[in-house]
Design a binder for this molecule. Structure first.
Ligand code: ATP
Ligand code: MG
Length: 752
């Protein structure tokens, strides 16, 4: 077959793109072109098979991956064709469906998305109503329980509680749902369950969707959960073409109910599924690929795959052992800086970590070095406290009945409207079936509240009324700007000292420019092509901010920071996986459980396979996390990598099973030789880091692998060297004392 769309594909990929099978599974390892196949198949269906772009329903996992997929499709078929397609995440697409069919879904047309924090707040409120003991029945666990039930497709009526706790949680779930339904709130898992129920209970909507979506394509299928799988099945019926792509070795959301068995379930359900395997990896160098393959071979629960590349081996994997976490961060940022000075782009560098809390040190170090960066992942831009706050004011201006927005804004900045006042308002609102705003408007005319509270509340109502009047004619990005100034938000964060307050102010500025950008480019996005339903630009923006990540910086050249989980599906020239330590990665809570350990290992596999040209793994001997200093052992995964591809380090003498490197031993930095080294200036540091690492031999006879003896630490092996002259250092793995960096000039070591 000869077609432009097939030119850059290998024969197996071509087969997948052009197949006439109704059901297809592309099962293949990382970087083998699964997403590329999906994108090309969409273009193939529309340009060669003459399907309408409206027939495409394509799902992927994260906002960032969806954004990249959109770009890739648009490049192939053009913006006009692309506009008719439904491409996005499960959450994004079901949200769109529910907006269009809100009546049929029994939702108010202006239903509001609530995030996990809001959800938790509602659960807490119910706990207070029921007078439940929060210590005995943790509210966060209960909120998570509700989400899990929804992910399983279960409503309270479907649950037979196993014990007393579940009995209580079931009741909270019932009240929670009633509360959401009354107020028109929809949480993230509700989006998918509601959409599923809509398709199940409403024949008209189902028939509309099935007529329209003739082609359903799902990326990262190994991470679908039960209800997502059911949704796909229901949407597909017997007539749609369904292509799913996935990799069981990259299943990393088991902890959230995802089930890679869904790959198998799909094949069992659709008996005539064509299975296509791809084996050539186009992303990574041989060294990276072999490292990944070697690691994942330690897992037992696998379908089994081979991956090869014709790219050549490329550079070795670097391993850096920092003497503390700051040293680790400085090393990584130093390398990135150097890469940039040599002509590379920041955006091609990614720092990946297991745990969100690890990002802070890297953020601070990047800020200090004035290097632009962007964080993806759990705290998304529009979920940041300061951004949410400004948007809450905007929502309330536009819709005074929005109780979530009312609660978020009424006493921030503080106006003397405390919890007890809010409780009073809430109770009255419930009794009289009115919104918090309506009740407040009446309350300030009466003497129910004490003067201080009443004043505070009255100032708030007045502020909102004035802003509404003054801003009515202004575009909403200007409104946001004014809200930030007039509400006291700006002043509040200005008083917050240090980097944190500063970055909040920057985020608020970013919000105004993001709104501006959205306003300028909104155009056609506001009308759904098929139903013709129109949203105002403000409605569309508010809906977008409750869902999407910060897209505005996509084009800026900045270092990419994210958790390993949110890196799925992406690729970067330079990847740094940091914090390779037992307890951190693998996470402590996974260590005792075999299945969870395998999931951690798959996560490491995902991380390693994000790298195209160069991979660096790093760890710190000493780490401060959550305010505590800890000494962790090197991650067991390091011992599962092929040593021939690891640069500079051999783990002999310091494996995680060796007792001499004991966990949490008392920390001291009193060694005379290390001390002098530790207090170098930043300029020194830069000088040192810019000298080529891995200097094999200086004139001094120090070489990697050479055995040395130190009068205090005893015998050891040199595993790393860097710096020059007086700053030249050796990293030595001592038989009995663990790993240490020593300034050669001061250390007085002898060769053995
Ligand atoms: P993951 O499992 O990580 O999601 P994937 O299987 O989806 O990976 P892609 O992201 O589609 O892989 O492809 C990996 C890289 O290889 C991309 O840069 C893609 O453009 C490139 N690629 C895929 N197939 C080919 C090909 N036949 N020729 C050249 N480059 C290719
Ligand atoms: Mg992919």
């Amino acid at each position: 077959m000869n077609h432009k769309l097939l030119e850059s594909l290998n024969p197996e990929q071509q087969k997948a793109v052009t197949t006439d099978s109704q059901y297809t599974l592309v099962l293949a390892g990382a970087g083998s072109g699964k997403t590329r196949v999906l994108v090309h198949r969409i273009a193939w269906l529309c340009t060669v098979k003459n399907y309408s772009p409206n027939s495409i329903f394509a799902v992927t996992f994260t906002n960032k991956a969806a954004g990249e997929m959109q770009e890739r499709i648009e490049e192939l078929v053009g913006a006009e064709q692309f506009a008719g397609m439904w491409v996005g995440t499960f959450h994004g697409l079901t949200h769109r469906l529910l907006r269009i069919f809100s009546d049929a879904a029994k939702l108010p047309s202006n239903f509001q998305l609530i995030d996990t924090d809001d959800q938790h707040r509602l659960v807490k409120r119910i706990f207070r109503e029921f007078q439940l003991d929060e210590k005995r029945w943790p509210t966060r666990d209960c909120a998570a329980y509700i989400s899990t039930q929804k992910e399983k497709g279960l409503r309270p009526g479907d649950i037979s509680p196993a014990d007393q706790m579940e009995e209580i949680w079931k009741q909270v779930y019932t009240s929670y749902q009633a509360m959401c339904d009354r107020a028109g709130y929809v949480d993230f898992s509700e989006l998918i369950l509601r959409a599923y129920e809509l398709l199940t209970n409403n024949a008209e909507v189902l028939s509309y969707c099935r007529k329209r979506f003739k082609n359903i394509l799902v990326d990262e299928f190994q991470d679908t959960n039960h209800i997502q799988y059911q949704l796909v099945k229901r949407l597909a019926g017997d007539t749609a073409n369904v292509m799913i792509v996935g990799d069981d070795d990259q299943s990393i959301y088991g902890w959230r109910g995802a089930n890679s068995d869904n790959l198998q379930t799909f094949v069992n359900h659709y008996a005539d599924t064509e299975i296509i395997r791809l084996e050539q990896n186009y992303r990574s160098t041989g060294a990276i690929l072999q490292t990944a393959n070697h690691l994942i071979s330690h897992n037992q629960a696998r379908l089994g795959k081979n991956l090869w590349t014709d790219q050549g081996n490329g550079e070795q994997i670097s391993l850096y052992i920092g003497f503390n976490d700051l040293d680790e961060a400085r090393y990584v940022i130093g390398q990135i800086k150097k890469y940039h000075q040599d002509g590379g782009n920041y955006r091609d560098c990614a720092i990946l970590y297991r745990n969100n809390a690890q990002s802070r040190l890297f953020e601070d170090t990047l800020l200090q070095s004035a290097i632009p960066y962007h964080i993806y992942g759990s705290i998304r831009f529009y979920e940041r406290q300061e951004v949410k706050l400004a948007l809450a004011y905007l929502r309330l201006l536009y819709d005074t009945n929005n109780d979530v927005a009312f609660e978020q804004s009424v006493n921030t900045p503080a106006r003397g409207v405390g919890d007890s006042t809010i409780d009073t308002i809430r109770n009255l609102a419930k009794q009289q079936n009115q919104s918090l705003w309506e009740v407040s408007e009446r309350l300030i005319e009466m003497t129910v509240l004490r003067p201080k509270q009443r004043n505070g509340l009255s100032r708030f109502i007045e502020l909102m009324n004035t802003m509404r009047k003054e801003l009515a004619e202004k575009p909403f990005y200007e409104q946001i700007d004014r809200i930030i100034q007039d509400s006291g938000i700006y002043e509040m964060y200005e008083q917050e000292s240090g980097i944190k307050g500063q970055s909040k102010l920057e985020n608020l500025e970013e919000l105004v420019s993001a709104a501006h950008q959205y306003y300028e480019s909104a155009g056609d996005n506001l009308v759904d092509v098929h139903s013709g339903k129109t949203l105002t630009v403000l409605e569309a923006f508010l809906a977008y901010t409750s869902l999407e990540g910060k897209e505005s910086s996509r084009n800026q050249d900045s270092v990419q920071l994210m958790t390993l989980h949110s890196a799925k599906g992406l690729e970067f020239e330079q990847v740094y996986i940091v914090g390779m330590e037992e307890g951190l990665f693998p996470a402590q809570r996974s260590i005792p459980d075999k299945d969870r350990m395998e999931e951690e290992r798959r996560l490491a596999y995902v991380g390693i396979t994000r790298a195209r040209k160069h991979l660096t793994l790093s760890l710190a001997e000493l780490r401060r996390l959550y305010g505590k200093e800890e000494r962790n052992l090197p991650s067991r995964f390091l011992n599962e990598l092929p040593p021939e591809w690891l640069n500079e380090v051999s783990f002999r003498g310091m494996t995680y099973s060796k007792p001499q490197v004991t966990q949490k031993e008392p920390v001291s930095f009193t060694f005379e030789d290390e001390e002098s080294d530790y207090h170098y200036t930043q300029q020194d540091y830069k000088d040192k880091r810019s000298t080529k690492r891995n200097t094999t031999a200086g004139d001094d006879g120090y070489t990697l692998g050479r055995r040395v003896s130190h009068r205090r630490f005893g015998e050891g092996t040199i595993i790393n060297l860097d710096g020059e002259g007086d700053h030249r250092r050796a990293q030595v793995a001592f038989v009995n004392e663990g790993i240490k960096w020593l300034v050669i000039k001061l250390a007085n070591m002898t060769f053995l």
